[in-house]
Design a protein around this ligand. Structure first.
Ligand code: SF4
Length: 365
């Protein structure tokens, strides 16, 4: 068990529907649907999959009136709070709020009509809908862009503070969170660090437009970990060009490795070498698929050989190691069973279930 202890920055507590963010609340995991919002069935199915994976808040894009019409049913059926993602269209925002969303994400710099923006903020305040001020390096207001000449972290922070102060002072409204995203992970980190020195509003962190599973996971892990290690960040989204459910798995993997939240079993697996006599990749994939269905604080191991496997994975609660035609199941490094290769997986899963019955405290949720 890791001894890493992170001292979190104390932020204001805000609410997105029933989900509290900030203060001492767990770091919340968010994602965004990539279905056509107008397609109710597809969108609800994806939200359900995200929820089952542990997603706590979901954002949906609202590009047009048609999407707003579907939103009422989405918010009614969704098991988790829904946030409407808006750009340029304040009037659509008002309709989205009336359709029952728990939050909106706006990039205020893209809203040209200040009167409509004010009206949108008023409607959010009336319904206690959370507003995320989502600053994006690529769409800073022209005045700020002119002042800095480049979307530097300082420019992003100035833009966020201007909007934050505007909403707080003019509307006396505090159910707000902030994001300062850039596709450059280092600028993202700098922007959040600067901002957290001058404001205690909760922060939604992550790297935008980070790419597919490999580059996106690397960039997000670098940025999110740098920030979380400094205690910065109240809610995370790992943006990936992939099935959004993967974003949730990566988010929990980051949190577990920082000792901040354990939802899924950890899987230790060897890289294999010339001693491996089984198809370990296949075995690993099966174990991973199975492990994603159980939410438990467990460490499992999938090792390539009987001789070194149990010793190399002593820290695992339970593990398997494969040999020629046979495999073994071990518990904390000690062999408890030897089984035929074809029964290795099913026996392993039975042993895990038995272990969880004996240790119900390991189950999460
Ligand atoms: S467990 Fe065995 S197969 Fe895997 S890396 Fe170690 S020695 Fe090689």
């Amino acid at each position: 068990m890791m001894s890493l202890k992170i001292k979190r920055r104390r932020t204001k507590i805000i609410k997105v529907g029933k989900v509290e963010i900030g203060g001492e609340n767990p770091i919340r995991v968010q994602s965004m649907t990539n279905t056509d919002t107008c397609k109710l069935k597809d969108t609800l199915e994806q939200i359900q999959r995200l929820y089952s994976a542990g997603c706590e808040i979901v954002r949906v894009a609202i590009p047009n009136e048609k999407a707003v019409k579907t939103l009422r049913d989405i918010t009614k059926e969704s098991p988790i709070p829904v946030i409407a993602d808006l750009h340029f269209a304040t009037l659509l925002g008002e309709k989205a709020v009336l359709a029952g969303v728990s939050g909106i994400r706006i990039n205020p710099g893209t809203f040209k009509d200040r009167k409509n923006l004010d009206r949108l903020i008023e409607v959010c305040k009336e319904r206690e809908v959370c507003i995320r001020i989502g600053i994006n390096a690529g769409s800073l207001e022209p005045e700020i862009f002119k002042k800095y000449g480049f979307p530097k972290p300082k420019a992003m922070v100035e833009s966020a503070l201007n909007w934050l102060n505007y909403i707080v002072e003019k509307f006396d409204y505090y159910n707000l969170k902030v994001s300062l995203k850039s596709s450059n992970w280092w600028d993202t980190v700098r922007a959040y660090q600067l901002f957290s020195k001058v404001s205690d509003f909760p922060l939604h962190i992550g790297v935008t437009e980070a790419g597919g599973i490999i580059p996106g996971t690397v960039k997000n892990t670098l940025a999110i970990s740098q920030l979380l290690l400094k205690g910065i960040g109240d809610t995370i989204r790992v943006s990936l060009t992939a099935d959004p459910v993967e974003e949730v798995y990566v988010a929990y993997e980051i949190l577990r490795n920082l000792n901040l939240r354990r939802l899924y079993p950890e899987i230790i697996a060897c890289p294999t070498c010339g001693r491996c006599e089984i198809d370990l990749l296949k075995l690993y994939k099966e174990v991973e698929k199975w492990a994603r269905k159980i939410k438990a604080d467990l460490t499992l191991a999938v090792m390539g050989c009987i001789v070194n496997g149990p010793g190399e994975a002593k820290m695992a609660d339970l593990g398997i190691a494969g040999g020629k035609g046979v495999g073994i199941i071990f518990k904390k490094g000690k062999i408890i069973k030897k089984v035929e290769e074809k029964r290795l997986l099913s026996s392993f899963f039975e042993e895990i279930e038995k272990f969880l019955k004996e240790h119900p405290e390991r189950l999460q949720n």
